[in-house]
Design a protein around this ligand. Structure first.
Ligand code: GP9
Ligand code: MN
Length: 634
C-alpha cells in the first residue's frame, strides 16, 4: 500500500482553515439572527443553512489561491447582508424577504425611507467582523499574498470529491427533513403557508434557496408564452360570456353604500338554521339571513391556499392557483382587477383586517396588490384588552375593535373583515364560553365545531348590534360568506345526523347579502341558483351600480338568472343548476349526478366538463402570464 503522507493531510485541512473560520463566523451570525428575530433555532435548520454556505465554498476551491480570501470575504458580506435585510424587513413586515419582492420595487422601495428607524444598533454585530477583516486584508495584503502563493494549488479531483460529499450529505439532510414534515402532514414545500414556516424548518439560507427556485419555477421555467391568438381567443370568450348578462331593477339599488364584507373562518352551510337538541347553533346568522338575500347553494371554490384562496376568489373573481399552494405566494405582484380597486375608483376608502400575522399566507403584500389602502394585522390590534382564543384575538374582540376602525373610515368605505376563532381543530373555546349543552357530543370534533361556530356566531351578533348603534347597519351592504369547508369527516357528521350523498354534498358555505333595499324583494329565483366564491365581486358591484362590462371577472352577478350557470372547482369538478360532476382531474374518472344526486350517464356532463376546463385554462393563463392588462376592456 502506498505510504500515506500525514503532512499532506494536515496541510489539506490547514488549507481549508479559511473556509472553516468563515463557516464558524456565519454559524455565529445565524445564531444571532435567530436570536434578534426571536425565531426558534433547531440544529437541523442551522445545518441545512450551513450546507448551502459550504456548497458555495466548495466551488471556491476550484478558484486560484489568489482569489480565495477575497471571494470568502465577499461571500461573508453577501451572507451577512441577507441576514441584515431580513431582520429589518421582519421588524417592519413581520416576514422575511422573498425574491418576488425584489422583482418589483414596491414593498422594498417603501421600506427605504424607514430603514434608518428600523435599524437597531445591535444588528451592527453582524457587520462588525467585516470591518476588522477589511482592515486586516488591506494592512497585511503582502503577507496574505505570500501565504496563499505558497499553498498547494487546488487539486480538482479532491475538491470535486469534497463537493460531492457535501452535496450527498446536504441532500440527505434536506430529504430527511422533508420526509419528516410530510409524515406529520406538513407539505411546506408543495404548499407554502408562510415564509417563516420555511425558515423555521429549513433555516434562513435554505429558505432563500427554496424561494428563489420557486420564483424561477413560476416566472421562468413554467411561464407559458402567450400568443396573439391566445389573447384573441380569451377576449372572444369574455365577449361571448357577457352577451348573456342582462340588467334588471336591482342594478345600483345600493349605490354609494358602505360595504362590510365578512369572511368567516371554516363556516359551513349545514350549521345555518340547524338545531341540536333544540338549540340553534347560529341564532344571529339565522336572524341576519331573515333580513338578507341568502344563497343556500353557494359552494366553496378554494383549493390548497385555504383562507387565502377564499380571499382571492372572492375579491378577484378568478380561479385559484394552477400550481400547488396559494396564489399569494406564486403571483403576489400580478396586476389584479379586484372589488377593492373598483371601489377605490369610486372614491371609496378601503380597509382589510385580520387578527393574525401579515406574513401568514403572504397577506401583507397580497392585500396591497388587491388595492387595500390600509390593512390591519395582529400587531394593529390591542391584544391586551381583548381576549385571546385559539390562534389569536377572539372574533368578539376582533370585530369589536374593527368596528372602532370602521367608525373612523372616510365614507363610503369598503371593509373586508376576516375572522379567525373558528379554526380547525375547533377545540379552543374555553369551557366558560361553551354555551351549548351537547351531552355526548362534548369533546368530539363535531361537538367542538358546534361550540366554536356558536361562539363565532355570538361575536357576529354583537358586531351587528354595534353596527346598528353606530348607524352603519342601514347605510351599508353587509355581505358574509364562509371561507371553506371545516374538514370534518363524514363519521363525525353522522353524529349530528348528517349523511352526505356525495363527496361534495356538504361543501357549501353560507353567503348572504344584507341591504335595506334587498330585504323587501322576492329574490327566490336568484338565491336558489348554484353559486360560489367567484360570484361575490360581480354580484356586489351590480348592487352598487358599478359596471363590470370592461372586467374579466369569471364569476357571475347572482342577481341575474342564468340557465348556463356553472360553478367550477379547481379539480375540474363542477356543479350547475341541474347536474353535478365530481372528478379528480380527468373526465373518465368522474361521476355525473342529476339534481337529486342520482348517478346518471357520464356523457351528460361532457359539454359542461369542456366548458369547466376552458374556464380554468383561461384563468390559469391570466395568472401565469399576468395577462389582465393586455386583454380588451370593452
Ligand atoms: C390564519 C387563518 C387561517 O391567518 O387565515 O388560515 P387557514 O388555515 O384556514 O387557511
Ligand atoms: Mn380558513
Amino acid at each position: 500500500m502506498k505510504h500515506i503522507d500525514i503532512r499532506k493531510i494536515i496541510n489539506f485541512f490547514f488549507m481549508k482553515g479559511d473556509v472553516l473560520l468563515f463557516v464558524m463566523i456565519i454559524t455565529t451570525k445565524l445564531y444571532l439572527f435567530n436570536h434578534f428575530a426571536s425565531l426558534p433555532l433547531t440544529s437541523k435548520a442551522i445545518i441545512l443553512s450551513i450546507c448551502g454556505v459550504l456548497l458555495v465554498c466548495s466551488l471556491l476551491n476550484m478558484l486560484d489561491n489568489k482569489y480565495r480570501l477575497i471571494s470568502l470575504y465577499l461571500l461573508n458580506v453577501f451572507f451577512s447582508l441577507i441576514l441584515l435585510l431580513d431582520l429589518i424587513y421582519l421588524h417592519y413586515f413581520e416576514d422575511v424577504t422573498s425574491l418576488s419582492l425584489f422583482s418589483q420595487v414596491g414593498q422594498l422601495g417603501e421600506l427605504g425611507g424607514s430603514i434608518k428607524n428600523l435599524y437597531q444598533a445591535k444588528y451592527t454585530v453582524l457587520l462588525f467582523d467585516l470591518f476588522i477583516e477589511l482592515i486586516l486584508i488591506l494592512r497585511f495584503s503582502r503577507l496574505i499574498e505570500n501565504f496563499y502563493a505558497n499553498r498547494y494549488k487546488p487539486n480538482i479531483k479532491i475538491n470535486a470529491l469534497l463537493s460531492l460529499i457535501i452535496i450527498i450529505f446536504c441532500g440527505a439532510m434536506f430529504g430527511m427533513k422533508v420526509y419528516n414534515l410530510e409524515k406529520r402532514g406538513e407539505m411546506l414545500l408543495k404548499s407554502r403557508i408562510s415564509n417563516l414556516a420555511l425558515v423555521d424548518a429549513f433555516g434562513i439560507y435554505s429558505y432563500h434557496a427554496i424561494d428563489i427556485y420557486s420564483y424561477l419555477e413560476t416566472n421562468i421555467i413554467n411561464k407559458p408564452k402567450v400568443t396573439q391568438k391566445d389573447i384573441a381567443s380569451i377576449n372572444e370568450w369574455f365577449h361571448n360570456n357577457k352577451k348573456n348578462q342582462s340588467n334588471n331593477s336591482l342594478f345600483g339599488v345600493d349605490k354609494g353604500k358602505n360595504v362590510i364584507l365578512i369572511q368567516e373562518e371554516s363556516l359551513q352551510e349545514f350549521v345555518v338554521n340547524f338545531s341540536y337538541k333544540g338549540q340553534e347553533i347560529t341564532p344571529n346568522l339565522n336572524n341576519l339571513i331573515k333580513d338578507s338575500a341568502y344563497f343556500n347553494r353557494f359552494y366553496d371554490q378554494t383549493s390548497q391556499g385555504r383562507t387565502s384562496d377564499a380571499e382571492f376568489t372572492a375579491l378577484n373573481s378568478l380561479y385559484t392557483s394552477p400550481y400547488s399552494g396559494s396564489v399569494n405566494f406564486h403571483f403576489p405582484k400580478n396586476d389584479f382587477d379586484t372589488l377593492v380597486k373598483r371601489l377605490n375608483n369610486q372614491n371609496y376608502s378601503s380597509l382589510s383586517a385580520h387578527p393574525f400575522r401579515g406574513s401568514f399566507w403572504n397577506r401583507a403584500p397580497m392585500h396591497k396588490s388587491y388595492g387595500f389602502q390600509k390593512s390591519l394585522f395582529e400587531k394593529d390590534f390591542d391584544l391586551k384588552s381583548g381576549d385571546l382564543i385559539g390562534w389569536g384575538l377572539s372574533d368578539r374582540s376582533f370585530l369589536l375593535q374593527s368596528s372602532q376602525y370602521l367608525e373612523q373610515l372616510p365614507k363610503p368605505f369598503f371593509s373586508f373583515l376576516i375572522t379567525l376563532t373558528n379554526h380547525h381543530p375547533y377545540d379552543h373555546i374555553p369551557l366558560i364560553e361553551q354555551e351549548l349543552s351537547l351531552g355526548e357530543l362534548n369533546e368530539t370534533l363535531v361537538g367542538n365545531y358546534l361550540h366554536s361556530v356558536h361562539f363565532a356566531d355570538k361575536a357576529l351578533g354583537q358586531f351587528i348590534e354595534k353596527l346598528k348603534k353606530d348607524g352603519l347597519y342601514d347605510t351599508s351592504i353587509i355581505a358574509l360568506y364562509g371561507d371553506h369547508d371545516s374538514g370534518i369527516p363524514d363519521s363525525e357528521l353522522a353524529k349530528i345526523g348528517l349523511k352526505p350523498k356525495n363527496t361534495r354534498y356538504y361543501d357549501k358555505v353560507p353567503f348572504l347579502i344584507h341591504s335595506s333595499k334587498l330585504s323587501k324583494e322576492n329574490l327566490e329565483s336568484f338565491t336558489s341558483q348554484v353559486a360560489g366564491h367567484l360570484d361575490i365581486t360581480p354580484t356586489l358591484l351590480y348592487l352598487l351600480g358599478i359596471s363590470t362590462e370592461d372586467s374579466h371577472f369569471m364569476g357571475d352577478n347572482l342577481f341575474d338568472t342564468n340557465s348556463k350557470k356553472i360553478v367550477v372547482f379547481r379539480d375540474n369538478s363542477f356543479i350547475t343548476n341541474t347536474s353535478f360532476f365530481i372528478t379528480n382531474k380527468n373526465f373518465d374518472s368522474g361521476t355525473c349526478y342529476d339534481k337529486e344526486n342520482n348517478v346518471i350517464d357520464t356523457m351528460k356532463c361532457e359539454p359542461n366538463f369542456i366548458q369547466a376546463k376552458k374556464r380554468l385554462e383561461i384563468s390559469d393563463l391570466i395568472l401565469k402570464t399576468n395577462l389582465l392588462t393586455q386583454l380588451d376592456n370593452k
